[in-house]
Design a protein around this ligand. Structure first.
Ligand code: HEM
Length: 230
């Protein structure tokens, strides 16, 4: 199923929003929140790794992985490899990002897994991992039978988009939650930082929307050596 427009222009918007989103979250965490660290006496610097790795890793690199079939005019086998490697990078950065949130909580004696955001977050990273392993085994190595691959493909696309939309929504909840904590501790509600965080969340949602638009549109023309859905 594809809407009757070409995907390529949408994929350019995805790349542009990716760059802006990465810059915004880095400016927020480094300039406004004091920087990033794995070990620090100021534990907030450990937390700052969380939004950076979740947005740049899971959402942005994950989004680029999803649109790779629509954005690139390479051979199908090459695009498949790029798709699975980018998803693996997104998944690994996502796991490290979640680990950073736990590390921050543990070293600051804050409870774990008390929020809706954290519950959905665990669901997202688990489903993302399951989706990656299933895709790897069926479509890459050792690879399923032709029948199993073609039956699995629509489920792979549907389930992948479902998990991705859930991840984008949960990232927006994460920005909301952190900003609410900061505002409750005195941060100005209409100040520069509050606007920056809200704007980054809006951009994250826009990014997700253009990823979905790219997927729903027509990719490069098919021939024996280039595009097919998987
Ligand atoms: C899809 C992306 C994301 C996922 C899967 C995710 C997942 C998680 C998980 C599993 C935790 C629980 C850690 C613990 O209990 O120790 C957590 C905590 C947290 N995350 Fe995220 N996160 C994401 C994006 C973000 C973003 C972009 C922000 C923006 C600042 C954020 C803000 C927070 C905050 C404030 C906490 C601590 C409070 C809490 O546990 O709810 N998250 N996240």
């Amino acid at each position: 199923m594809a809407i009757g427009v070409k995907a390529l222009p949408f994929t350019f918007v995805v790349h542009a929003l990716a760059i802006v989103g990465a810059i915004l979250v880095l400016v927020w965490c480094i300039d406004f929140r004091g920087g990033l660290a794995w070990e620090a006496s100021n534990k907030s610097l450990i937390f700052n790794l969380h939004p950076v790795l979740m947005l740049i890793g899971l959402i942005i690199i994950g989004g680029e992985a999803i649109i790779s079939y629509k954005a690139l005019t390479l051979r199908k086998e090459v695009k498949k490899l790029i798709h699975l490697v980018l998803h693996a990078i997104a998944l690994i950065l996502g796991i490290i990002g979640i680990y950073a949130a736990f590390k921050y909580h543990n070293e600051s004696s804050i409870a774990n897994l008390y929020s809706l955001h954290s519950w959905i977050g665990i669901a997202v990273i688990s489903l993302y991992g399951i989706q990656w392993i299933y895709g790897f085994v069926i479509f890459f190595y050792p690879g399923g039978s032709t029948g199993l691959r073609s039956e699995s493909l629509p489920w792979h696309v549907l389930f992948g988009l479902f998990v991705y939309v859930l991840a984008v929504g949960n990232a927006a909840i994460g920005f909301l939650e952190k900003l609410t904590f900061l505002e409750n501790s005195g941060l100005a509600k209409y100040g520069a930082e509050a606007l920056l965080v809200n704007f980054t969340a809006v951009l994250t949602i826009l990014y997700g929307a253009f990823v979905i638009l790219s997927v729903a549109s027509q990719g490069p023309v098919e021939d024996d050596y280039s595009y097919s859905a998987i």
